[in-house]
Design a protein around this ligand. Structure first.
Ligand SMILES: [Zn+2]
Length: 75
């Protein structure tokens, strides 16, 4: 039987679908009986979807351009 701490450590893999079948079932079962971990899962998914929508910061784009420029000049 999994406890909340085990589940919270596995939730990232769970959302990415990289969790093994046995563990997946364990997490699924725990989520069915534990509102706290369900809330955590909702929060995790929300955070991930926000992060995936964030574009590269402007200064990182500038840095990538500067690197390409240096490479063109031969280091
Ligand atoms: Zn729990």
């Amino acid at each position: 039987m999994l406890v909340c701490r085990d589940v919270s450590e596995m939730l990232t893999d769970y959302t990415e679908g990289t969790l093994g079948a046995r563990r997946w079932v364990g997490v699924r079962w725990h989520l069915a009986i534990c509102p706290m971990c369900r809330a955590f899962l909702v929060q995790l998914r929300a955070t991930r979807s926000i992060l995936s929508r964030i574009r590269l910061p402007a200064d990182e784009e500038g840095e990538a351009r500067a690197m390409a420029e240096r490479e063109r000049r031969g280091g």
